[in-house]
Design a protein around this ligand. Sequence first.
Ligand SMILES: [Zn+2]
Length: 405
Amino acid sequence: MLNPCKFRLPAAFELLDTVKYGEQIFVGCDRKIMQRRTVLTSAAFLAAAATGPLCAAVQESTQAFSALGAKPTGARLERIQASPNFSNGTFHNLTPVIDPIDRERSSGMLRFLTEDKKGRRPLERIPSIKTDLTTLADGQMVWFGHSGFYLKLAGLAIAADPALHACFPLGSFFKPFAGADLYQPRDIPALDLLILTHDHYDHLDMLTMRDLKNRTAHVVCPLGVGAHLEYWGWEAERITEMDWGEKIALPHKGSLTCVPSQHFSGRTLERNTTLWAGFVMDLDGVTLYLSGDGGYGRHFRQIATDFRRIDFAIVEDGQYNTDWAGIHLMPPAWKAAVSELRPRFVMPCHNAKFDLSRHTWKAPLEAALANAQSLGIALSTPLIGQIVALDNPARDTGPWWQELR
Ligand SMILES: [Zn+2]
């Protein structure tokens, strides 16, 4: 039995604490509207399938259906149903957001395929460094582009959202930028801990998960996401699913807290049957916040209250647009969130790898540079693959994108 990990985290994490995130507000779901939206969306996907790239992708990928994952059932579903964040068959954000994906899903898909895409992908190769991740020292981190990370802390090898293959089950549909595809799943060393923030394809990639399956001691993810992993062969004993506000112990007196984000989930047309989240990791004197995906909401203020000192905040910044302002941070909202979190260092992620929205590829990075400067917070913008010191993640990083086209 392959078990290259140095040691295993406890199979069943002890629940340390539950932090309250205020009164929940639930939104009802109009079944007829949902059915109509599903029909419209299906029609849009079929129309898209008639176009060349998607048609070819369907043919090339016999694994697409596996990549859809599985729905939570049994004891997992019972635990979900007991969550205060779940009602009427789905999870809900703390504050209701106008659901732009519903509103424009059918028209938006066709628009996405046909509109002018000038500046949305770099014309040149993204600069990146192929670091041998097995050589990383304690307290160092490497970014894979988008929201993927690998780091060493307190002797633990930890990865977050490593989607290193493709962000869509159909591999030729959404391709990473040239140079942003430098790392393959096999480059990730044996992991003590894998953190997943939600089940979207650009965060939870089946082929990466298959590759990591036999060398990852434990995975932590929001409620329900483990159903996909078990479907792909992971044992339940290696999966810890968390609700917002739950905190687990890590070795060396560390902790990992699951915190809210304002987003959505789903790998099929059915959405929000699994939870989405951010995480705060307190380990070896470093408090690291991973926002996961999500728009601006009152949860940022609550996180800032619960975690008075955040050393390094990695906050999503990219794949936004005005239609989706509730579920991804527009630049002014990114500034507001970072202003409330007041980290010592901040890094914008969810950019520089995929073109999933309508802004130019440089726009989120330029906005982060200006916003961090005006807030007086040190900005970390490493190259993909560059070794970053967690005690000073801004060191030796700069606006690498500015000279590129
Ligand atoms: Zn997402």
